[in-house]
Write a protein that binds this ligand. Sequence first.
Ligand code: 5RP
Length: 242
Amino acid sequence: MSSDLETDKARDVAAIERLKDQAAREAVRYIEDGMVVGLGTGSTARFMIQALGERVRDEGLRVWGLPTSEASTMQAREVGIPLTNFAAHPELDIAIDGADEVLNGTLFLVKGLGGALLREKIVASAAKRFVVIVDESKLVDHLGTKAPIPVEVVSWGWERAVHLLNKTGSIGCKPRMHRDGTLFVTDNGNMIIDCHYPSIEDPHALSEAIYDIVGVVDHGMFLNLTSEVLVAGHGGVRRMVP
Ligand SMILES: O=C(CO)[C@H](O)[C@H](O)COP(=O)(O)O
């Protein structure tokens, strides 16, 4: 790659990082004293955890964080956010997380390319308000356009789940078991299978077909869970509601 191209690419990456940070900081403004907050996973959620840590440190904001992964737990500890769990707080005031795709209109999501979909879905469904933070590149008109659907399956007998996943969707999916050349094992000790669907006509029907497979723990389509999406673009951050 020529150095001009490398510079352009680095500039694009830096611009996207700034957008993620803007969306994250806007969402963190929603957090009030005494709230229990679900902490998402991924590069956008990292900006959110950082910004929340700054509010805890600078404003003395009192909150409890419930992280969705070991990585977010570690970061939250580093930035000084006190942590809780479902035993102490079975219901959350708010959860904030990134997404791999946001479907225009319904605000259905694809999540889990970071491998944390199960804890993310549990946390999102436990929150009174689930706020999604993205840069505008994540908006799509059809789910599955940019991202595969990650499916979390128990490790034992995963080959059978792959066999059955291959028959889901209107014309099947192309399951991939490897990320970076290794089997992807989640924080829960399960495996992730990425399903590439050429087109997803009916997300609810596909969701049911995937849940019907014995051994599937969950999948990365988040249907009817989003309260709002904060989308950062070059014109600023806009708020979308379903
Ligand atoms: O679902 C996730 C992790 O399991 C992330 O929220 C999703 O992959 C988006 O990540 P990023 O903010 O890095 O683009």
